[in-house]
Write a protein that binds this ligand. Structure first.
Ligand SMILES: Cc1cc2nc3c(=O)[nH]c(=O)nc-3n(C[C@H](O)[C@H](O)[C@H](O)COP(=O)(O)OP(=O)(O)OC[C@H]3O[C@@H](n4cnc5c(N)ncnc54)[C@H](O)[C@@H]3O)c2cc1C
Length: 465
């Protein structure tokens, strides 16, 4: 690979407006890092694009020379797909523009935006784009995989709110797609991840919202069963305005945590209510009655507070490993398994996340987008976080073991953005009855699988150049 990367560098240098960083460049070490410290890879060249023409040139020359290429927006791929050893990284971090049309309640943003920049721009006029829960996550990777967050039940997945994409295809051409133009590609990009090209612009729908009611509380280990039994029943009929996520983890040793819970296994509930405060109160109070009375809080917070409150909980550079799946129902045996998982947590950064989908995301027809299962309400994710490489085996082993325990209760399917890099065999499972259509669209738009560092949909008769 080194010689071809040299040639790529020479060919690009002539016309590239952004930065070309080789390992000897003074900023290379800073720019090469991605969020997940498990993937400290060393690309041969990082092409930090200044405009769409830079992206086109990088794609065209890399594809023609068969150079392994990763695409990076926010660098938050849990699976480490936005970097590689020896090859090219097309880095979009200079393409961070957001244009809001407040009257039309529409926005356009470019392919390198982080969620926080979109939130700030849209909030200036009291609008929101429904996205994820950590503002330093890249919007491109999140939206292309689907995009779940606090407002999914109210406004649908992020990809459900996209009206058009502009992308650089594997042959370097610029392609637009929406419900009228290249409709197959438009379908595939809403959930299909980075398989089809480098998206340089998203056109999205916005919704009015400035604040929400946020209620939080902790439930002790002994009451987790009661909480989960209540949660599964309560959420089945809960209004779309309510999102209730539960994290099973070790309670932090902090003053705000009741002394008898500190360092102990707990269930942390976070509830977000998007309707009127008065109406929300009864739902929130019922839910909070399942929590330790000294741990509960309920208050109105700004949308920007909501979107940034988890930022420090997921720091860059730690080591992370995740596995996830869908449950049709949360049966008693699964609740037992979850309780066993929380008492065996290997570190205080490690957790089991339980989310209840449903709402607007489930109202959209299954065939309308490539996104995986909309019908399974429960998403279970096991996320390990640690810092010492010596603890890799213990953490990865814990996630795999717990996943294997939970697997029999899971229905086939997985949300692609919550997969680790060693799960390529689960990608067909993620798309299930949509798989053949995905393969056909991939074969048409990227027949040599140039875009393959992703939850990959291989084209038919792949011949990697
Ligand atoms: C801290 C944290 C919080 C998260 N929270 C949520 C959440 O609330 N909801 C949720 O749904 N997900 C969440 N995720 C998962 C997240 O959606 C994925 O990790 C997503 O891939 C991150 O996007 P990114 O742009 O930062 O990724 P990158 O690492 O930059 O890229 C990831 C993948 O997307 C592709 N890609 C990136 N940009 C483009 C582009 N412009 N065109 C084409 N392909 C592209 C890449 O090729 C790669 O395969 C979270 C992840 C982290 C690390």
């Amino acid at each position: 690979m080194p010689e071809v990367v040299d040639e790529l560098h020479s060919a690009l240098r002539e016309r590239f407006r952004g930065d070309l960083l080789r390992p000897e460049h003074p900023h290379y070490e800073d720019v090469r890092v991605v969020w997940n410290g498990m993937f400290a890879k060393r690309p041969g060249l990082i092409a930090r694009c200044a405009d769409v023409a830079d992206v086109q040139n990088a794609v065209r020359i890399a594809a023609a020379n068969g150079i392994l290429t990763a695409i990076r927006c926010g660098g938050h791929s849990l699976a480490g797909f936005s970097t590689c050893d020896g090859g090219l990284v097309i880095d979009l971090s200079k393409l961070r523009q957001v244009y809001v049309d407040s009257e039309a309640r529409r926005a356009k943003f470019t392919g390198g935006c982080l969620l926080g920049s979109i939130d700030k721009a849209t909030q200036q006029v009291g609008l929101i784009f429904p996205s994820g829960v950590v503002s330093h996550t890249g919007a491109s990777g999140l939206v292309l995989g689907g995009g779940t967050g606090w407002l999914t039940r109210r406004f649908g997945l992020s990809c459900d709110n996209v009206e058009g994409f502009t992308l650089v295809a594997a042959d370097g051409s610029v392609v637009r797609c929406n419900s009228r133009e290249n409709a197959d590609l438009f379908w595939a990009l809403r959930g299909g991840g980075g398989n089809f090209g480098v998206v340089t612009e998203f056109e999205v729908r916005l919704h009015p919202l400035r604040s929400v009611t946020l209620a939080q509380g902790l439930t002790s280990e002994g009451d987790i069963r009661r909480l989960l039994e209540f949660w599964r029943q309560f959420m089945a009929d809960a209004p779309m305005d309510l999102k209730w996520n539960i994290d099973l983890r070790l309670a932090p040793n902090e003053k705000r945590v009741p002394a008898d819970l500190r360092g102990r296994p707990v269930a942390g509930s976070s509830l977000v209510w998007t309707g009127s405060s008065e109406e929300g109160e009864k739902h929130l109070q019922t839910a909070l009655s399942m929590c330790h009375p000294d741990s509960v809080s309920s208050r109105v917070v700004s949308f920007l507070h909501l979107q940034t409150m988890a930022d420090s909980g997921f720091p860059h550079g730690q080591r992370y490993y995740m596995k996830s799946g869908y449950l049709n129902c949360l049966d008693d045996l699964t609740i037992d398994r979850l309780r066993e998982a929380v008492v065996s947590l290997p570190s205080d950064g490690t957790l089991v996340e339980l989310a209840y989908l449903g709402g607007a995301a489930a109202h959209m027809s299954a065939v309308e987008t490539a996104f995986g299962d909309r019908s399974a309400p429960f998403i279970v994710s096991l996320l390990a976080c640690w810092s010492a490489p010596a603890a890799d085996d213990a953490h990865v082993g814990w996630v795999r073991e717990q996943f294997n325990q939970l697997r029999p209760a899971m229905k086939p399917g997985v949300y692609v953005n919550f997969m680790s890099g060693d799960e390529q065999d689960r990608v067909p499972e993620a798309y299930r009855e949509r798989w053949d259509r995905m393969v056909a669209i991939k074969t048409h738009h990227d027949p040599h699988n140039f875009f393959r560092l992703n939850q990959n949909v291989p084209p038919l008769e792949t011949s990697n150049p």
